[in-house]
Design a protein around this ligand. Structure first.
Ligand code: FE2
Length: 438
């Protein structure tokens, strides 16, 4: 008898793209069989009726700050809406951090992520706090949530590496304590030279410890902020390449076309990943502009066209930089389609990949960790949707979230009863084939 049978779902072949109806056999945390839908199903400890839903790999969150999550308004609200006031609010909140406080908020946010169908998360954690209390707490959280969510931690020097007293040593200490990724924030350093040196330091440190790099890079509406060229070049020359990610790069939304053209080539050649955080960038950037007011979003469409892997991240969930957020990558994809004008049929489908497979590539998830196939991990979601386009359009919630072979969340699809004049009351459901069902 197998642990779990998920009956009558649609599965997309990863190579051919073909979709077929199937039963998923799950045992020991792995998918042990993908078979045609059987009239006489095998015996299983638990049976889930898929009802024709789409069984797809989970969402992947490539960029969030769990140490700051759910602190919006503590000790005060960010009134100007700038990145800079956000950093000021956070530096007032930081001295109040305790291990229990960080663990409670981080785990609550991760439970929201799981309920929304997200089973892999990369979180930055501020290490410009000599006590490193948030880092130690999140290292503990990484272990505590392991059975549901794979959590990667980035040592994030919020207040700088070279321009912050003790910054280099704190980053090195975070590497020793067991983070997965080294961060940087070159545009926040005091000088261009400090910014360049901070990137070099981060890449060398990561290389020495066998870690990845994910830098907050050029998160400013300053067309002179040009650190992504440094990061991409260091990634290529060190050989770290696809193990490196540039996050935000909002200054690219202000670069002149000639420089942008040159830069696309440097980035594509380097093999690095890019993460755009459209909800938060729309909110934080453009704050110093009169009209016309910039969107403050990196060149997502152009980077994709240049063959660069680009993913969408949430960035903040109710913290000093962003007062909203529900830890739902599908919402990020929806906002991202608008913010980046990725709104053709195929482009909308691409935005779904930007919160699933493209984000998985940012985290470096291998075939043994991600994908719905025989022999693959039994970590997937059931979406009552035809495809990514349909899911993004209707913001469909997963009916089931399965993590390591165990059902960890269920959400019945909502049903609205419509009392339309001169018609019998009818149920308006949203069918898997796309539109309102009545
Ligand atoms: Fe961020």
């Amino acid at each position: 008898m197998i642990d779990l049978l998920v009956r009558d779902v649609r599965v997309r072949d990863e190579e051919t793209g073909e979709v077929s109806a199937a039963d998923l056999h799950v045992d020991g945390g792995r998918i042990v069989g993908v078979t045609p839908v059987a009239d006489d199903p095998v015996e299983a400890g638990q049976v889930v009726e898929g009802g024709g839903a789409w069984a797809t790999p989970s969402y992947v969150e490539p960029h969030v700050h769990l140490d700051a999550a759910l602190t919006a308004g503590q000790p005060r609200w960010n009134r100007s809406g700038t990145l800079w006031e956000g950093i000021a609010c956070w530096s007032e909140r930081k001295p109040m951090l305790t291990r229990e406080d960080v663990i409670e908020r981080a785990e609550r946010t991760l439970r929201w992520y799981a309920a929304n169908g997200t089973l892999h998360v990369r979180s930055h954690v501020d290490v410009t706090d000599p006590s490193l209390v948030a880092l130690d707490a999140l290292l503990e959280v990484r272990d505590r949530v392991r059975d549901v969510i794979g959590l990667q931690l980035v040592a994030f020097p919020q207040e700088g590496i070279c321009s912050f007293s003790g910054g280099e040593e704190l980053l090195a200490e975070a590497a020793r304590r067991g983070v997965d990724v080294i961060g940087a924030i070159p545009h926040f350093e005091d000088t261009r030279e400090d910014g360049v040196r901070s990137v070099e330091y981060a890449v060398e440190l990561a290389d020495r410890h066998g870690l990845r790099v994910d830098a907050h890079c050029d998160e400013i509406d300053d067309e002179q902020s040009r650190f992504v060229e440094v990061l991409a070049t260091r990634a290529a020359r060190s050989g770290l390449r696809e193990r490196v990610t540039a996050s935000h790069t909002t200054a690219m939304g202000s670069y002149n076309p000639a420089y942008a053209h040159k830069l696309h080539r440097i980035i594509a050649r380097s093999g690095i990943n890019m993460v755009s955080n459209p909800m938060v960038s729309l909110h934080l950037q453009g704050r110093f502009d009169d009209y016309p007011k910039r969107r403050g979003i990196t060149q997502v469409k152009e980077l994709l066209a240049a063959g660069v892997n680009v993913a969408f991240g949430h960035d903040d969930v109710m913290d000093p930089w962003y007062p909203l957020g529900t830890a739902n990558p599908l919402q990020v994809a929806h906002v991202g389609t608008h913010a980046t004008q990725l709104l053709s049929r195929d482009e909308i489908e691409e935005t779904f990949r930007m919160v699933t497979s493209r984000a998985a590539a940012v985290l470096g998830l291998g075939a043994d960790e991600y994908g719905v196939r025989a022999g693959g991990p039994a970590s997937f979601i059931l979406l009552p949707a035809t495809d990514g386009y349909d899911a993004v359009r209707r913001q469909v919630r997963p009916t089931h979230v399965v993590a390591h072979g165990r059902v960890v969340a269920t959400t019945p699809p909502p049903v609205t009863t419509l009392m339309w004049p001169d018609r019998e009351p009818s149920e308006v459901t949203f069918s898997p084939t796309g539109g309102p069902g009545a």
